[in-house]
Design a protein around this ligand. Sequence first.
Ligand code: 5GP
Length: 207
Amino acid sequence: MEKKGILIVISGFAGAGKGTVVNRLREKYEGYALSISMTSRNPRPGDVEGKNYFFVTREKFEKTIAENGLLEYAEYCGNYYGTPKAYVEEQLEKGNNVILEIEIQGATNIKKAFPESLLIFITPPSAAELEKRLRGRGTETEEQIGKRLGRAAEESAGMDTYDYIVVNDEVEKCVDEIHSIIDIAHREPVRMKTFISELQDQLKVYK
Ligand code: 5GP
C-alpha cells in the first residue's frame, strides 16, 4: 500500500502542552518527523539551537523569506516564526508524517497551500487551567504571560478553522487520540489514489 506522509499542523494556546504532546507522540509511535522552525525571538532558558528552533536575526529571517526558503511564516508577539521548506518536502517524500507546531496564521496559510494537510488544535479543558499551566512553566515574565493570554483569547476565535479539536486533559490520552486521527486520515480515498487505481486495474479482468 502506498505510503505518503501527511502534513500535520498542531496548534494550541501557549501553555496548552503541545510540546509535551508532540514529543510523546514521536516517542510512542513511528513515522513522525518534527519540523524545526526558524525564529527571530530570543532563546528562553532551556531552549536548544537546532532542537527547539533555529534562532536567527530579523535580517537573516527576512533574507530567508526573500529566498523563498519558507513554507509559511508569521509574526507572533513581535517576533518572526517560519517553517523551513526543504526538510518538510524531504520527509514527506520519505513517507513520514511531518508535524508543524505552529500558530494559527501559519496554519491557515498551510491549509490554503496544501488542502490535504490535517489541522489539529490542542486545548486545555478551561481558561483557568490554561492560566495555571502558563504560570507553572515559570519561564516568562508577568507581562509576557499577559500577552500570551490575550493572544489566546484572540486565537480562540479561529479554533473552528481546524479539522480537529483535541482536549489535553491527560497527555497519554491526548497523544493516542491524535495518533488515531492521523491513522484514520491515511485511509481517506484522496490519500489512497494509487492503491485505488491499482485495485481497479486488478478487478478489470472480472468485468
Ligand atoms: P514560542 O515563542 O512559545 O516558542 O512560540 C510562539 C508561537 O509561535 C507558538 O504558538 C508556536 O506554535 C508558534 N510557532 C512556532 N514555530 C512557528 C512557525 O514556524 N510558523 C508559525 N506560523 N508559527 C510558529
